[in-house]
Design a protein around this ligand. Sequence first.
Ligand code: IPD
Ligand code: CA
Ligand code: CA
Length: 278
Amino acid sequence: MVSCFRKTVFPMAFEQKLSVARAAALAAGEVLMKYFGQGVTQRFKGGQTADLVSEADVNAEQAVIRVIRENYPHDAILGEESLTGTDPQSPQLWIIDPLDGTTNFLHDIPHFAVSLAYYEAGVPKIGVVWNPAMQDMFIAVAGQGATHNGQPIHVTPDERLEQTLIGTGFYYDRGSMMEATLGVLADLFRENIHGVRRFGSAALDLCHVAKGYYGAYFEYFLSAWDFAAGRLIVEEAGGRVTTARGTPLPLAKSSILASNSRLHAVVEAITARHHERF
Ligand code: IPD
Ligand code: CA
Ligand code: CA
């Protein structure tokens, strides 16, 4: 069993909700691991050329919903696979991405996660990101910091682009949004960054900013369930999260820029400029 259960630093106020969030993420992780590496059936989602979904995504979401409903029958739930229409401003809202990194999962790459967040009237309170294949648990509670497998984590102190690594992701678009992402990467390389990583899970990318692996991470199109948990984990680790234009991040489809705070303005200048292309 992972060490994330050894120690908690979280307050009574969210203790119960946090333990439900953790239990739900673990339940979904168990479902995912039954399918992982077994060649599950996949299909393309609503017309997007490379946007894949499988039975694993759907059943993992049901596992999360079951645990939440058992404990909080009146809370609202926004879930990528079955409950997409829920009001994001609900007073008590759970936001689920049952499998972030589906493409990795379907190619047998053990880099994927269950992402589960709890919000109150649009304000993040709890974020849990669980990679069951690597036994990595990232948790944040508002005002109480962020942890990785029970240990506190912090963003990197990097101050200049030439000291840092940048994470990114490509939406399923193969047109101007993809070109804009490539344009940002070219500009960042001209600034002598150490390198770029595209690991294929936005939720884990955000955790990697929180953990101090990347100085910044950006992507031009995510849904609320992709970043709902990870954004709190970054903020609680001392980082900053906005849209790629530097405006406040809405709880809706959006671009995203997450950083260690210090590098935010310099990366934002580049991501905002290329955002004008689409
Ligand atoms: C995707 C992953 C990927 C990101 C995509 C997301 P999914 O989520 O987070 O890293 O680049 O934009 O849609 O489809 O695997 O849940
Ligand atoms: Ca996702
Ligand atoms: Ca997903």
